[in-house]
Design a protein around this ligand. Structure first.
Ligand code: NAD
Ligand code: UDP
Length: 336
């Protein structure tokens, strides 16, 4: 199939392009490079040893999207393009609602106009709010506390309504848990701007000496060791989940958790990182981070049952591959 991958130069998108190419699909990347670099497209081609088509466009631009659908035979869309920083979304709600909602509307409309019936959407475990773990796809969408989460819940609702009104349309809503790690080549991975908000990139930058020590946000949660528990999933497993979702797509709306089903605490992740890479990660315990929940992990059984997909790579592989990429990566971030 010819797949239009929006946000294909980004972290999860780039790994998914490789998985698609390895599975025999062709890829058209649409990315405005607002949070990525064009070199990543070259690296995708190097790793997969295949060509991809790259269109540097903003997918909120209906005319630019129309040109792609007019000029290329698109069989399906995987829509990654979006702004994703929770904190920033509170400060810049208009940017987040505009970018993340308008892009979904523009792409869904182009799909309708050109008779493209396969649509895979990047959603997030954040739509579950703070309900009981493990999170199951049948749980209601809870009102989220930040504009980023709202854009994911709203996009899910929009795509569901469109699908209900168009019986030929098929949509897969993929709720990611915590993607970490990098391609084994060490060529592509996560490159957050400035000081990372997320745990794994923070840990790799502490290990590299870019940052002095990890601040562990709270050790008084009701968890195995008091620190927050998350379901970390290797980005390569996540990428393969997209191929499985795309290839198994049937009419209607399908919702899948893409996680491992296993929770790991902050201190367990630090220990795994130290073991995997034989490197020390200094840390200090500080106050809880506002808005954090104690535990978040998936019931990942539906994706296994219906898509035949499950995550295979363990936390040691995630830590090893994240570190390999960080060691290779040259951008410098000032230590704080
Ligand atoms: P990323 O920022 O690395 O990739 C997003 C890509 O989209 C970037 O290359 C960016 O340049 C591009 N982009 C953004 N707006 C665009 C627009 N209007 N037009 C064209 N390109 C645009 O992020 P990621 O981590 O790869 O996340 C991909 C998707 O998965 C996002 O929708 C994100 O919300 C979602 N998601 C990510 C996580 C996570 O922890 N990384 C978790 C759950 C969901
Ligand atoms: N965390 C931490 N220090 C950091 C970043 C994160 O202790 O510098 C903790 C955070 O409190 C949470 C876990 O690590 O329990 C995962 O946080 P992340 O921001 O990576 O993911 P999210 O909370 O969005 O699921």
């Amino acid at each position: 199939m010819n797949i239009l991958v929006t946000g294909g130069a980004g972290y999860i998108g780039s790994h998914t392009c490789i998985a698609l190419l390895e599975a025999g699909h062709s890829v058209i990347i649409a990315d405005n490079l607002c949070n990525s670099k064009s070199e990543t497209v070259m690296k995708i081609m190097d790793i997969a040893d295949k060509e991809v088509t790259f269109c540097e466009i903003d997918v909120t631009d209906a005319e630019a999207v129309d040109i792609i659908f007019r000029n290329y035979k698109v069989d399906g869309v995987i829509h990654f393009a979006g702004l994703k920083a929770v904190g920033e979304s509170v400060d810049k709600p208009l940017d987040y609602y505009y970018n993340n909602i308008v892009s979904t509307l523009v792409l869904a409309k182009a799909c309708q106009e050109y008779g493209v019936n396969r649509f895979v959407f990047s959603s997030s475990a954040t739509v579950y709010g703070d309900d009981k773990v493990p999170f199951v796809e049948t749980m209601d969408l809870l009102p989220t506390t930040n504009p980023y989460g709202e854009t994911k819940a709203m996009s899910e609702r929009i795509l569901t309504d469109i699908t209900n009104a168009n019986p030929d349309f098929s949509v897969s809503l993929l709720r990611y848990f915590n993607p970490v790690g990098a391609h084994w080549s060490g060529l592509i991975g996560e490159t957050p701007n400035g000081i990372p908000n997320n745990l794994m990139p923070y840990v790799t930058q502490v290990a590299k000496g870019k940052l002095k020590s990890l601040r562990v946000f709270g050790n008084d949660y009701l968890t195995v060791d008091g620190t927050g528990v998350r379901d970390y999933i290797h980005v390569v497993d996540l990428a393969n989940g997209h191929v499985a979702a795309l290839e198994n797509l049937t009419e209607g709306v399908h919702i899948y958790n893409l996680g491992t089903g296993k929770g790991t605490s902050v201190l367990e992740l630090v220990k795994a990182f130290e073991e995997a890479n034989d490197i020390e990660v200094p840390y200090e315990i500080v106050d809880r981070r506002p808005g954090d929940i104690a535990s978040c992990y998936a019931d990942a059984s539906k994706a296994k049952r219906e898509l035949g997909w499950e995550a295979n790579l363990d936390i040691i592989s995630m830590c090893r591959d994240a570190w390999r990429f960080e060691k290779n990566y040259t951008d410098f971030v000032e230590s704080k």
